[in-house]
Design a protein around this ligand. Structure first.
Ligand code: NAG
Ligand code: NAG
Ligand code: NAG
Ligand code: NAG
Ligand code: NAG
Ligand code: NAG
Ligand code: NAG
Ligand code: NAG
Ligand code: NAG
Length: 619
């Protein structure tokens, strides 16, 4: 049996878009180690090479870009070319096509040792300070399992190395793949050589550690108050660099800034000052420790201003990462200012260090519970850096793909995004993908709700909306509230940028009084879904009615609902015991468009369902 192993050592951070170029702006060192042993035919070996060639083709090759090396082995190891042998793509691709099929035993350990001792040396082009991934591709088992395990373990000890293992066919030993790879997420299996292409994207994502597609602005806010001391402050700086190191820099990808707070707030590094990672990292380490009180609110305000002023692209997703080891001096102010940060659409992470933090304050400052991280000591900061980076990566992917996409014809229905099923990485896409939809929210603002519950509805709408790619070429939102009267809060063309839409949702005020549902449905049809108010002819019209009661004019509601359903796909969401199930059914376009929850607290439980229903469009 032919045992093939591709050991692919990649030095890189992650990519913004793997469709055209993989890992752009990021240097990567890729070492393919191809196992050419066994009795399988030459043809399968060639399929491997074709795959490697194809895979390599998506990278930018060059001295300061991605470098590629290839090693084959069977009974012996053959070094085909080193990382620094070729400096352009055409040379690398043609060298891959000249690789010979060695044929022989499967001494995987020899290959792993060779990569460690010779391929990954500075003399042969391995570059310092960049992370490394190793991918092993095999259709069977190595002859020397124990030695292979030892060699893999040694290889993985090299700083920044990650090993990825690919198994082909049914002779693969999953245990061995797991043993070779750095972790479970770095193993791939394909049923046959012909299906290698199916892991192309996931392998690329893994290789590049693909991180979202959109630009991001990240602001670090570090506690520089007296409780820290110079040594611990330095650890915060190092943490900042560890996270920063994971992103590619530049106005189109990631911009990072840094500020500190103590008695006052200091803007140490404006968000668009440094355009290379190296400059940023060097200058972070020069930031001095301040000492003083803990006026977190001043820092938060500075962060908000930075992220509001310096955002170069409208679609940039914005993050604040706050590190603190204590409680703020002005709790009330801190909470207020944090709210403003949230309302500005800035995703706020808080890392609380040690036992002196105020858990409740952390919760108030963070965007939500899932944005709070806790470590016991400064030395443990590093253990959470991966989680933070992953969270930012997911957010980048989900929330910022609002750039226009070429469309061949207008879309009239929405389709759910097809989830990635192969391999181990799943990249989250904006809900419905880049489809065009006009979504109107019709919110009950009657006195039965009360302001607290109304706020929960707004949170739901906010969380629903932020899953979408918002923009004139994607999804637009409008909103009306109704009680005794109908209030148009904003039209489809009032806000077209993501942040302004999300902001406007949260800023919707509560009214009280009656439940004039029929009038709301009438306004939806005759005012909201009109071209002069931004409703687009090429978009799917969706109306989502959220209520906790029954309308005071049921007959008129029936008439108006029938009319609205001719214009839009209508969903009705009922909250609590007082809703009229029958009326919900009358309002909705179809029975599956009706959803009910028992309380306002449970609204979030139907988010996925309604997203899915909305994305699948009218039938
Ligand atoms: C190369 O990769 C592209 C993109 O995934 C794919 O469409 C094409 O079929 C591949 N070609 C070969 C020869 O594998
Ligand atoms: C590569 O980077 C180094 C240092 O940044 C620079 O001096 C050199 O000119 C670059 N080489 C190429 C080919 O771009
Ligand atoms: C690639 O590099 C080689 C050697 O440095 C050079 O001869 C060749 O012209 C280059 N090819 C391209 C397409 O730049
Ligand atoms: C560099 O690669 C060559 C093969 O091209 C190998 O013989 C040599 O040992 C390697 N150098 C080091 C320092 O590992
Ligand atoms: C593997 O990926 C999953 C999902 O992305 C993640 O939860 C898990 O922590 C990863 N495992 C490791 C060891 O990185
Ligand atoms: C949809 O229509 C609007 C205005 O009619 C236009 O600006 C936009 O480009 C269209 N979008 C698509 C994806 O066709
Ligand atoms: C609903 O609003 C319309 C127009 O604003 C009004 O004529 C009607 O009387 C209202 N009905 C109720 C029950 O408030
Ligand atoms: C919030 O709404 C009020 C009126 O209800 C308006 O004056 C204010 O400008 C809005 N704020 C934002 C940030 O949209
Ligand atoms: C509503 O319609 C029903 C049946 O058509 C009728 O019996 C009832 O009187 C109507 N109610 C009002 C308030 O018009």
């Amino acid at each position: 049996m032919l045992k093939l192993a591709i050991v692919l050592t990649v030095i890189g951070y992650h990519s913004t878009n793997a469709l055209t170029r993989a890992c752009p702006y990021k240097p990567a060192d890729i070492v393919f180690v191809v196992d050419g042993s066994g009795s399988e035919r030459m043809a399968n070996f060639q399929k491997q090479l074709a795959f490697i060639q194809n895979f390599t083709g998506q990278f930018e090759i060059g001295r300061n870009k991605t470098q590629v090396s290839l090693v084959t082995f069977s009974t012996d190891v053959t070094n085909e070319f080193n990382l620094n042998t070729y400096s352009n793509k055409s040379d690398v691709l043609s060298a891959i096509s000249r690789v010979h099929y060695p044929n022989g035993e499967t001494y995987t350990h020899l290959a792993l040792d060779y990569v460690r001792l010779h391929s990954l040396t500075p003399q042969n082009g391995s570059r310092n300070g960049i992370s490394k991934i190793v991918i092993v591709l095999t259709d069977g088992k190595s002859n020397e399992e124990v030695l292979t395990a030892q060699a893999a373990a040694l290889l993985k000890q090299i700083r920044d190395v990650t090993v990825v293992a690919i198994g082909i066919g049914d002779g693969v030993d999953p245990k061995e793949l797991a043993m070779i790879a750095s972790n479970k997420n770095h193993t791939f299996t394909v049923p046959s050589f012909d299906l290698l292409q199916t892991i192309y994207k996931d392998l690329t994502d893994t290789t590049c550690h693909t991180c979202g597609q959109g630009p991001a602005d990240i602001f670090f806010l570090l506690d520089s108050s007296g409780s820290e001391g110079t040594v611990n402050f330095r650890k915060q700086l190092e943490f900042t660099n560890t996270v920063a190191n994971e992103f590619d820099f530049g106005p189109d990808s990631t911009q990072i800034g840094l500020g500190t707070f103590a008695t006052g707030a200091t803007l140490e590094i404006p968000i668009n000052r440094y355009h290379t990672k190296e400059e940023f990292i060097q200058n972070v380490l020069r930031v001095p420790f301040k000492d003083g009180e803990s006026n977190l609110h001043l820092g938060l305000d500075m962060a908000r201003l930075q992220l509001s002023e310096s955002t170069l692209t409208v679609n940039s997703h914005r993050f604040v990462i706050i590190l603190t080891d204590g409680r703020s001096l002005e709790h009330e102010l801190t909470v207020q200012v944090a709210k403003r940060l949230h309302w500005a659409g800035i995703e706020t992470f808080v890392i609380g260090i040690g036992n002196d933090v105020d858990e409740n304050e952390l919760l108030d400052v963070a965007s939500d519970r899932t944005h709070v991280f806790r470590v016991n000591t400064f030395d443990q900061l590093d253990t959470i850096h991966r989680q933070i980076v992953d969270r930012i990566c997911v957010a980048k992917t989900v929330f910022t793909t609002t750039t226009p996409r070429p469309t061949t014809k207008p879309t009239t229905t929405l389709k759910p995004t097809t989830p990635t099923t192969m391999g181990t990485t799943t990249t989250t896409k904006p809900a419905c993908g880049p489809k065009v939809a006009d979504i109107l929210f019709i919110l009950d603002s009657s006195d039965s709700e009360g302001p607290e519950n109304f706020k929960k509805i707004l949170d739901f709408v906010y969380n629903f909306a932020r899953q979408f790619a918002i923009g004139v070429n994607n999804v637009l939102f409008s909103l009306i509230t109704y009680s005794s009267n109908v209030n148009v809060r904003f039209h489809f063309n009032t806000y077209t940028s993501r942040n302004s839409v999300l902001n406007a949702i949260l800023n919707t005020s509560y009214i009280g009084l009656g439940t004039n549902t029929s009038d709301a449905l009438n306004v939806a049809r005759t005012v909201m879904f009109r071209p002069e108010h931004g409703s687009r002819p090429n978009a799917t019209n969706i109306a989502i009615v959220i209520t906790d009661g029954r309308s005071r004019n049921p007959n008129a509601t029936i008439t108006e609902a029938a009319q609205l359903k001719k214009t839009a796909d209508v969903f009705s969401i009922g909250i609590g015991p007082d809703v009229d199930q029958n009326e919900l059914t009358i309002i909705a376009s179809k029975p599956t468009n009706v959803m009910q929850v028992n309380s306002f607290e449970l609204l979030h439980t139907i988010q996925d369902k309604i997203t899915q229903a909305a994305c699948s469009g009218r039938t």
